[in-house]
Design a protein around this ligand. Structure first.
Ligand code: ATP
Length: 360
């Protein structure tokens, strides 16, 4: 049975439509992320699942039951917020027990569940500490333990890691994923951080301007984005508007001046006018002179940034356009520098073709 069903949900604030006819089915035990830029409606949707907000249209089902009219405390959800929202005057154990006391769970059962929840987040030894005696990461784990202690059907996470510094955030992402798999609980995460969503999720729903743009596994969204919005939001994208001439594609913009045609693999028919995408890490970079009949160009290096395992380069095409390239750092004994002449090339199979209606 599906764990969470969002069925035709719409929500308006005054004259502003925050969500428009959104439908998503989340399976039992799935880690599902709602990803999108600021203001796209992620938090509104999470609050509708939690019951803090009502939809103007549509329904929410949890565990097969229509909960649209139920208040949050009757929905069997655990929620973790960005700011942890721990009670500062209560110990770790009392924070975790809070939801159990409200639900009038017996003292013995409270103790059992608090111990279990603290064990799940690996904080067994800190039950008697006060929140101010914990690090940010530990506080967030207490917030997760508090949400798990009520044994919810669904765990809802609203940007839970965004207050942590970059290194701790990465550590907590790994922990969160491991915890979710251990406990096996259906989890819905709201984030605007694409890397976080890609690392953590079984599937992701991309929201843009209140509309669900695409739902899919991380690799599927990356490899076959449904539209330009998804292509540019999940990973980086070099875009080429093309027109077809006798089965060959000619870029309509800057690439054309380089004189090279674009070639597609047989499996990717494009319309007469289409949008083609090449991911930066699929572009092969060389400073050795080469000639290309298709899918390549001479260029010059414009910007170089060092990103650890890869370099992020912006290269200038002869026609005036730019192309992003992300070669592995290990390829270079000497790093490229702005002004260097370079030769860029990619395989026909690495070209993503967007449906014709998305190309305008
Ligand atoms: P962020 O990542 O910045 O938190 P978000 O994707 O979570 O953004 P929401 O908080 O869901 O976005 O807001 C969606 C839209 O609805 C925004 O344009 C926001 O200004 C508007 N909105 C949200 N809550 C209200 C409200 N209570 N009253 C009026 N407008 C609202």
């Amino acid at each position: 049975m599906s764990s969470v069903v969002i069925d035709g949900v719409a929500r308006q604030f005054d004259n502003h439509r925050a969500l428009n006819d959104v439908s998503i089915t989340i399976e039992q035990g799935e880690f599902f992320s709602l990803l999108g830029p600021s203001g796209c409606g992620k938090t509104t949707l999470l609050n509708i699942i939690a019951g803090f907000l009502s939809p103007n249209k549509g329904r929410v089902l949890i565990g097969g039951k229509d909960v649209t009219a139920l208040p949050p405390y009757q929905r069997h959800i655990g929620m973790v917020f960005q700011n942890y929202a721990l009670f500062p005057h209560l110990s770790v154990a009392d924070n975790v027990a809070f939801g159990l006391k409200v639900r009038k769970v017996t003292r013995n059962e409270q103790q059992r569940r608090v111990t279990e929840a603290l064990k799940q987040v690996r904080l067994e030894g800190l039950a008697q500490r006060m929140p101010h005696q914990l690090s940010g990461g530990q506080q967030q784990r207490v917030a997760i333990a508090r949400a798990l202690a009520i044994e919810p059907q669904v765990l809802l996470l609203d940007e839970p890691l965004s207050n942590l510094d970059a290194r701790l955030r990465k550590e907590m992402q790994d922990e969160l994923r491991a915890l979710q798999q251990r406990v096996g609980i259906t989890t819905v995460l709201v984030t605007h951080d694409q890397e976080e969503a890609l690392t953590l999720s079984d599937r992701i729903g991309i929201l843009g301007q209140g509309e669900l743009q695409q739902t899919g596994a991380p690799a599927a969204l990356y490899r076959q984005p449904a539209n330009r919005f998804v292509a540019e939001f999940v990973g980086q994208a070099n875009l080429f508007h093309v027109s077809a001439q006798n089965g060959r594609y000619q870029a309509r913009d800057h690439f054309v001046a380089a004189g090279a045609a674009l070639q597609l693999s047989a499996a990717q028919p494009a319309g007469a006018s289409s949008l083609l995408i090449v991911r930066p890490e699929r572009v092969q970079f060389s400073t050795e002179p080469q000639q290309f009949a298709s899918n390549g160009s001479v260029a010059s290096v414009k910007e170089v940034s060092f990103a650890g395992a890869t370099l992020r380069l912006v290269c200038q095409l002869p026609g005036g356009g730019e192309i992003r390239v992300q070669p592995a750092e290990a390829h270079f004994s000497q790093l490229p520098a702005p002004g260097d002449r370079c030769y860029l090339h990619w395989q026909a199979a690495d070209v993503i073709v967007l449906p014709a209606q998305e190309s305008v």
